[in-house]
Design a protein around this ligand. Structure first.
Ligand SMILES: O=C[C@H](O)[C@H](O)[C@H](O)COP(=O)(O)O
Length: 214
């Protein structure tokens, strides 16, 4: 089975976590696009969605799903998203599509985070996928130098501006043996908006294709 089929299967299974009449938090990316397809089929059974990107908002609206501001809802019962890497503790690297900050905000505001991946993204140690870090544009060089001091090799994702008007550094050469510690450390660099490590708030449920990860 190819990766796209695995992503679609994960999205179909993720739908079973959606409760009728509820607000659904929606992530970003190619896997989420399959989830939005499925969610569209039950648009009359849910209340509305909160979205992690302009791209997902557009897809949701195209399928007739009402999208509301996170500030207008309380705790979100369910957040569904993809990831770029996932370790055995359901800690993630995210941000390959530059949507990490809004994704992390909705994940933090959610009771349950269901993450959908294909088998190639399941790793023992995070870091083979370059770690995305969203930065305030004027701080790009400074943050890059600070990351070099910590052993990473930052590469500016030139030409990409996030939905928040910021830039992204992709940090290569990291073997992330302490994801919570590294997330905390990078968060403390002035000029960093968000680190694409979801370790302090990992996923609650990970679907690898249609299989539940233990
Ligand atoms: O910024 C993008 C997100 O974190 C995505 O969830 C992540 O990159 C996975 O995307 P995809 O499902 O396209 O592999």
């Amino acid at each position: 089975m190819d990766r796209e089929q695995q992503k679609r299967l994960a999205a179909q299974r993720a739908i079973s976590y959606v409760e009728k009449g509820s607000v659904v938090g929606v992530g970003t990316g190619s896997t989420v696009a399959y989830f939005i397809d499925e969610l569209g089929k039950m648009r009359d059974e849910i209340d509305c969605a909160v979205s992690s990107s302009e791209r997902s908002t557009e897809l949701l609206r195209e399928r007739g799903i009402r999208v509301v501001d996170l500030n207008s809802v309380g705790t979100v019962p369910l957040y569904v998203d993809g990831a770029d890497e996932c370790d055995g503790h359901k800690r993630l690297i995210k941000g390959g599509g530059a949507a990490l900050t809004r994704e992390k905000i909705i994940a933090a505001a959610s009771e349950r985070f269901v993450c959908m991946i294909d088998p190639a993204k399941r790793v023992d140690v995070l870091g083979k996928f370059p770690l995305p870090v969203e930065v305030i544009p004027m701080a790009r060089s400074y943050v890059a130098r600070e990351i070099v001091k910590r052993g990473g090799q930052p590469v500016w994702r030139e030409g990409v501006t996030t939905d928040n008007g910021n830039w992204v550094l992709d940090v290569h050469n990291l073997s992330i043996v302490d994801p919570v510690g590294l997330e905390r450390e990078f968060n403390q660099i002035v000029g960093v908006v968000c680190v694409g490590l979801f370790a302090a708030r990992p996923a609650d449920i990970v679907l690898i294709g249609d299989q539940l990860m233990a």
